[in-house]
Write a protein that binds this ligand. Sequence first.
Ligand code: PLP
Length: 430
Amino acid sequence: MASKIFKLIEEEAHRQKYGLEMIPSENYVSDAVLKALGSILTNKYSEGFPLRRYYGGNEVIDKIETYACDLAKKLFKVPQAYVQSYSGSPANMAVTMAVCEPGDVVMGLSLASGGHLTHGAKLSFSSIFYKAVNYNVRGDDWKIDFDELEALAKKHKPKLIWAGTTAYPFKLDYRRFRKIADMVGATLVADCSHITGLIIAGVHESPVPYCDLIMTTTHKTLRGPRGAMILVTERGFKKDPEIKGKIERAIIPGIQGGPHNHQTAAIAVSLEEALKPSFKKYGAQIAKNAKVLAQSLGTVSETHLVLLSLTGYGYGLGYQAQYGLEEAGITVNKNTIPGEPASPFYPSGIRLGTPALTSRGMKEKDMVKIASWIKRVLEEIRGLDLPKMQDMRKDFLREVKLKLRKNKNLKQIRREVESFAGKFPVPGIS
Ligand SMILES: Cc1ncc(COP(=O)(O)O)c(C=O)c1O
């Protein structure tokens, strides 16, 4: 009997095809990436690095991993690359372990300002084992407050400064980061997980000339399988000639055991795709789409994402928007906004992105259409008087979902969305 799972995969494929995937960290991988990911390479153990393994039978795996690293070096024009980290968070942990001793100061953008958990958020390894100091964005224009960053760096003398974001709609000024890192002797690490595809397309500046190390996940705008890469730049080797051994020891035995070889192979396939001229066009289109989507929603974006404040509707209502849009077939995530007046679980904004829609071939005119559905949903929710967190009713979230599910206007929007989305092919599904 076929596993129950295959039926559920079909159900999820239907959701992905007939809905609009607008979570900025998500994408659709190609058939070729899926094929490598689902291959027999998952059967093999290969702790260690090419030609330095703890297990026999790794002749082919060595070729695969070396090829993946070579492609990464070529794509980013860096002298050293690692592809074994299981995902972005363990890769950031490996980087931190390679650069810092426990208790050293690490600096990163605060979660509330659009930073990532691993850059020094409370309860993450980065603040449990290290002394985390967070910098923020300015309240007026939501851009990184470099004056604050400089003052904090001079005061706390960080060993590592993260230049990377997860909910930030503007370009990053790596030159300014470098200047501050040099003032205090810090290692500067770019975490360009979200924007790698834009960097490859030349829409965003490459961090390579400015940073010592780079970490990127492989599954966001890069459009590969879940995974991550750690890159060492020329600068990085100059800053610490021992960095290679430190990163390798942090990956294994520091954090991981055997690498996921099927994942390594799929990363290689996605890097081949990213090296093609067509990928540059794709990356440029992601940004064009985000710009139009933002404008249509009354805000701005220089990246692949839009951070939309809903404070005009009330505080802490991001979850209502997320659930309402989900009922209408549009997947986004609730998100804190800078200076969040409510809480991380009940934030006052939503985060939307264009990478996955762009992979389906959608263009600027489609973004205008999608923005109008989003606005209709938000208006509908506004008129519903849904139970609120402040009511402190048990199970109020379930009540909200049930009320939204029964709503006729949201059902109508869903029908329109499904008919629209169904016309666009989905890599890996259609
Ligand atoms: C900037 C940044 N770094 C790291 C990560 C962590 O990646 P993962 O979820 O693969 O652990 C993310 C994930 O969203 C991210 O946005």
